[in-house]
Design a protein around this ligand. Structure first.
Ligand SMILES: *Cc1c(COP(=O)(O)O)cnc(C)c1O
Length: 251
């Protein structure tokens, strides 16, 4: 998809979507009495072409995310080739296998989905070999254990495991612990889930004061996330449109 030109219609659609998302964030901040500058929009471009992502970056989006390594690795290069200005900050937000750590470490500035100790070691080692330092969020699972609709597909550490994982990340010089990430479970009120995440974040900050990022909120629930203190919102559909259903983990 590199080099593919956007139609004027698509360019206008992306610009309008971005304006609408920015307005939603601003309104949510006003309601919550927060400064919109505290909230960073992370555009999740999975399944959409590099030209779409590059266009949003040209419109001022600083942070972009992907959730599958096989898609992200070429797209990072394609987006760079389409841009005149500086590259965006690339986030990896998908479930990560240890054997992909080296690939992801080559392009990701931030990995938001670290959820188990072996992954911490693999990512730190890969970052070291690539001579990079990678920002890390610990992904927390907010499903209720025992909820029959809760699936393992989304990943995330159990809340009880978060403090030890945070310590493990902070202990590695190749990584920088930045905070926590979560995806609200489908079909439930996100408000108590985000409140729980805020509580876990306060806990982590007790031991690691600089780890103050809370990545929460997507197209459907960004207002609730901003209300509970989210600092990064990860928005796909509201910016790019609906994804075709490929599989659960690209959703
Ligand atoms: C796809 C995805 C998003 C964006 O979801 P939308 O509902 O399309 O805004 C956010 N976070 C993660 C981890 C994702 O995989």
């Amino acid at each position: 998809m590199a080099g593919e030109r956007l139609s004027p219609e698509r360019a206008a659609e992306l610009a309008a979507n971005l304006a609408a998302v920015r307005a939603r964030i601003a309104a949510a901040c006003t309601t919550a009495g927060r400064d919109p500058a505290e909230v960073t929009l992370v555009a999740v471009g999975k399944t959409f072409p590099a030209a779409d992502v590059a266009h949003l970056v040209g419109l001022g989006v600083t942070d972009v995310a992907e959730s599958r390594d096989q898609e992200a690795a070429p797209k990072v290069a394609d987006v760079a080739a389409l841009l005149d200005g500086p590259a965006p900050r690339w986030h990896f937000v998908g479930q990560l296998q240890r054997n992909k750590a080296a690939s992801v470490a080559a392009y990701a500035d931030v990995v938001q989905s670290v959820d188990r100790a072996p992954l911490v070691a693999a990512l730190a080692n890969a970052a070291g070999r690539a001579d990079r330092r990678i920002d890390v969020l610990i992904q927390v699972r907010l499903d209720d254990p025992g909820d029959p609709t809760a699936g393992p597909a989304r990943g995330g550490a159990a809340p009880a495991d978060v403090p030890a994982l945070a310590d493990a990340v902070a202990a590695r010089a190749e990584l920088r612990l930045r905070g926590l990430m979560a995806v609200a479970p489908r079909g439930v009120d996100p408000v108590p889930k985000f409140a729980r995440l805020a509580e876990l974040s306060a806990n982590v900050r007790g031991a690691h004061p600089a780890a103050d990022v809370v990545s929460a909120g997507m197209s459907g629930d960004l207002e609730a996330a901003v209300a509970s203190g989210a600092s990064w919102v990860r928005v796909g559909t509201a910016l790019f449109g609906c994804r075709e259903l490929v599989s659960d983990h690209v959703r």
